[in-house]
Structures are given as C-alpha cells and as structure tokens.
Design a protein around this ligand. Sequence first.
Ligand code: XBP
Ligand code: MG
Length: 232
Amino acid sequence: MEWPRAVIFDVDGTLVDSERDGHRVAFNAAFADLGLGYEWSVEEYGPLLKVTGGKERLTHHLRSVGHQADDLGALVRDLHERKNEHFLQLVRAREIPARTGVARFIDDVEASGVTLAVATTGSREWVEPLVDSLFGLARFAVVVCGDDVSNKKPDPEVYLIALQRLGLDATQAVAIEDSVMGLRAAQGAGLTCVVVPNDYTASDDLSGADLLVGAFEELGPAALAALQDKTG
Ligand code: XBP
Ligand code: MG
C-alpha cells in the first residue's frame, strides 16, 4: 500500500472505550481516597473532556469549585497518581475494552504494509500496558504520550513528534481520532484526519474532518487510500 505510509492512532475514545467507565471511575476513586466529596457523573464528565490531560482536568475542576489547598499542584499530582493506579487496576482486570471494530481495522492496515503508531494525551504508565494487553505494543513503531509533550492536544506537538520519530512528513500519514481536540491537533500538524466519534464526542464540531465515519467497520485500507485523491 503506497499511501498512507503510516496510520497514527489516538488512544482514549479511539483505540479504546476508556473514558466513561474507565478514567471517570478512576478519577472518582481518587477523590474518594482523599475524602474530597467530589464525584463526576457520566453527564458532567463529557464537558470536562474538553480539558485534555488528567492533571489539567483536575486543576480545572478544583479551581472551578473554588477548592482551597495550600499546594494545589501537590494535591493534583497526588490525585492523578492515585487515578492512574485505579485505572491500571481496571486495565489489569481487562475492564477497559477496545473500541468495536478497531482490532480488525488495525489488522487490515498492518497487513497492507502500513506502519502503526500512537499519539495520545494519556500517560505512558497506563497507555503502554493497555495497548499491549489489547493489541500488542510491539506492533506500534512509535508511541508518543502526554508525558512527551509540553503542550497537549489540541496543540499539534504530539503528532509532530510522532512524524519526526517515524521519519515521515505529514503528507505521508493519516491520523485516526475521536474528538475535536484530536482533530485540531492532527490537522494542526498537517495530517489528514479520520474521525470516528463516540458518545462523548458525537456533539463536537467534527465538520472539518477529512473523513467522518460512524464506526470502524466502515473503515478499511481502501477508504484510507481513497483519501489521498481527496486531500491530494
Ligand atoms: C484523552 C485525554 C487523557 C485522558 C486521561 O487522551 O485527554 O487526558 O482523558 O488520561 P487522548 P491521563 O484522546 O489524546 O488519547 O489522566 O493519563 O491524562
Ligand atoms: Mg481521544
């Protein structure tokens, strides 16, 4: 397959259905560990996803509720470490599922000789075990995480690093995303971007996507190749 040379996958909401019953549950368990009395419902967590990065999301929430702390940064780091440990327990218990159809799509893309990569805001400490348990980490030539960037999505930095490590320019790869923040990051890096929305992101303004599909079952190597003609 001549084009694309690589497909770069987002993680949360794209490779995995990880937010509603995963990160959100883990954040709530971390709040409970410290007896803070906060609990994010399924409904209120959706808008919070517009703040990318777990630590940034915690900081945003604590400031928005006027939480008084001597050292807010230390509290956020403690909560986020606890959250990631709770999330890793869910990963080990295989409670975080792959999105429907994505494993087959990965198989088909890989069988076409296309290089696989990951570009996520998530923390490496859980990204690697989760991707390994569901798909096999070694299949991904490059894995760039939130730890590796100064600016998280919608900043394009994570995708620019992925392209640099792949040794490709933006015209040679395609990004697969679930959200408007991810779409902006990918297109900000000059990438063609396919969006497969989910329950939390279906209401995002995804009109700028180079291809918008309702499910991974609608996506295959041929659909990707056809994008080259469209985007030139
Ligand atoms: C989604 C995010 C992440 C996760 C939580 O990442 O914004 O912050 O919600 O993970 P993406 P961390 O869609 O780019 O994969 O707490 O590890 O940040
Ligand atoms: Mg995502």
